[in-house]
Ligand binder design. Sequence first.
Ligand SMILES: [Ca+2]
Ligand SMILES: [Ca+2]
Ligand SMILES: [Ca+2]
Length: 240
Amino acid sequence: MCAVEVKTGADRFPRETFPEDEEGRMRMRKLFRFFMPVAIFSMTILSVVSSLSAQVVINEFMADPARDWDGDGEYYYRNDEWVEILNIGETSVDLDGYMLTDAEGVGIWRYGFSGTILPGQVMIVYGSDSRAWEESSGNPVYGLSLNNTGDMISLFHVSSGDTVLIDEVTYGVSAAQDDRSAGRSPHGEREWEIFDAYNPCGGNCDPAGNGCVPTPGLVNTCTTSASPSSWGRIKKMYNG
Ligand SMILES: [Ca+2]
Ligand SMILES: [Ca+2]
Ligand SMILES: [Ca+2]
């Protein structure tokens, strides 16, 4: 079973717990770096923390791509990682201030969103988008930097003085093998599954593999490798 814990962003990260000064932020990063390997080593399941009021959630991600997922014509392990977000509400959301980070935590931003996400809309960030954003915003250029032995992906909303956790996913090694994605079930928003059509789990994944093809940039649906869709046809579908 996948343990799912739900807390509000405000409960989990009260505003005053964020150090205002650079020295304080460095101390937090060191704490993250110290505790994360221990947490990941002991973790066999993918866990999720969502704000009760979250309307925009992390929907699917791929930490260990083994092919050209961003469609630039070449495979590169940094550029071809991806993370999707989804608007599960009934109104549009202004994405200004929505930021992605990994286990490095607050302040080491991997991508800053802009524009508007419509109800039911999925938006995807590839590693190449992340690197372009990092370069243009003066951050270290690593891309999404999703660790293949386990990591954490967090979506924050940052506005004047407030840094609020919106959604967070922590994954272990079975979710981060070649061309496997992890995502919310095509049959229910809160349950997570591993989309393992290209690299079958064989019963060894937690959460379990569903035999479906990853769906970058699309609402999660299930196409199995046994279907007539070739990779070329699927990719054509992604590109509209
Ligand atoms: Ca590529
Ligand atoms: Ca990776
Ligand atoms: Ca998807």
